[in-house]
Design a protein around this ligand. Structure first.
Ligand SMILES: *Cc1c(COP(=O)(O)O)cnc(C)c1O
Length: 310
């Protein structure tokens, strides 16, 4: 039995009305850990448990760390999550809620990750948040479910951080004979490592992450994600933080589901009726979720972003 659940696949009446298209939502926000990450990380944790690993280590203070903590609890394997001091109280609370040990170390992810890596020994394993083929294969199951449901779609909309989700979705399309279907890859300004790489024709590294969508905050996408910009029909689009936050609030109103700005980036393409969608009539939207933002935080971000642009 996998650790993830089969998520609902529902038509969106509000978004279909708004865009004049047949919009379908794959509700990964409803995974028990709150995001799609459980699919791939759950599969990877299961494989590591079979190999006899007795401790999991993560350096993610976000949805990847929460997914490892959830998987470890389900498998009866202790988990240590090393997070930097910048990790929000909410994220720490969610990791602790899953029973994982939290070690707070360093000013940024780089220091936390270095400590996490130094903790790995023969009996423990570190879980990378996005750069792992077993993890991609786990993410691909979301497309298996859509194909099995017999739902016809002509494009996939998703968010890109380090590119693990996109790697998994393209794997899922290919293994279901749907490798010709274009992917619209959404990012926010300040976390746009894929868009800048695609534009430049080389895998760039951002100097810093300046977007509030920290779950998209990989300074560099994984090599496989960059490779896909050459071998798959990937259409890259970047929105502002304010558009991402507004899309979260609109989606909460329309579908009663609270998601992070990382997911709002995908939803923003629909809410702003972006021309990138013009060629498509039946988009499949990966509602990737994310559990670290509260409604209060979305409202506070919005107020601060509006004040900045005024
Ligand atoms: C991790 C994450 C992403 C980005 O996934 P990658 O595999 O890093 O590209 C998008 N949205 C949410 C909610 C996430 O947790």
């Amino acid at each position: 039995m996998p650790l993830h659940i089969e998520t609902p696949l529902i038509p969106s009446r509000p978004l279909s009305r708004l865009t004049g298209k047949d919009v379908r939502l794959k509700l990964e926000a409803l995974q028990p850990s709150g995001s799609f990450k459980l699919r791939g990380i759950g599969a990877t944790c299961e494989a590591l448990a079979r190999q006899g690993k007795t401790r999991f280590i993560s350096s993610s203070g976000g949805n990847a760390g929460i997914a490892v903590a959830y998987a470890g609890r389900q498998l009866g394997i202790p988990v240590t999550v090393v997070v930097p001091e910048t990790t929000t109280a909410r994220a720490r609370e969610l990791i602790a809620l899953e029973g994982a040990d939290i070690v707070v170390h360093g000013a940024s992810w780089t220091e936390a990750n270095a400590l996490a890596e130094s903790m790995v020994d023969a009996t423990s394993a570190a879980l990378h948040p996005f750069d792992n083929p077993t993890t991609w294969a786990g993410h691909a199951t979301m497309i298996d479910e859509v194909a099995r449901a017999g739902v016809v779609f002509d494009s996939v909309l998703l968010s890109v951080g380090g590119g693990g989700l996109m790697s998994g979705v393209v794997e899922g399309l290919r293994r279901n004979g749907l490798g010709h279907i274009p992917v619209v890859a959404m990012e926010t300004f300040g976390a746009d490592s894929l868009a800048q790489s695609a534009a430049k024709g080389e895998r760039i590294t951002l100097d810093a992450i300046t977007s509030i969508a920290t779950s998209l905050g990989a300074k560099q996408v994984c090599a496989n994600a960059f490779e896909l910009t050459r071998t798959h029909d990937i259409r890259s689009l970047v929105v502002s933080d304010l558009e991402a936050v507004d899309a979260c609030l609109a989606f909460l109103h329309d579908h009663r589901v609270l998601v992070e700005p990382a997911c709002g980036a995908t939803l923003a393409a629909l809410y702003r009726q972006d021309p990138v969608l013009a060629p498509f009539q039946s988009p499949l939207v990966i509602v990737c979720g994310g559990s670290t933002a509260t409604l209060q935080q979305l409202q506070d971000w919005r107020a601060a972003l509006v004040a900045k642009t005024a």
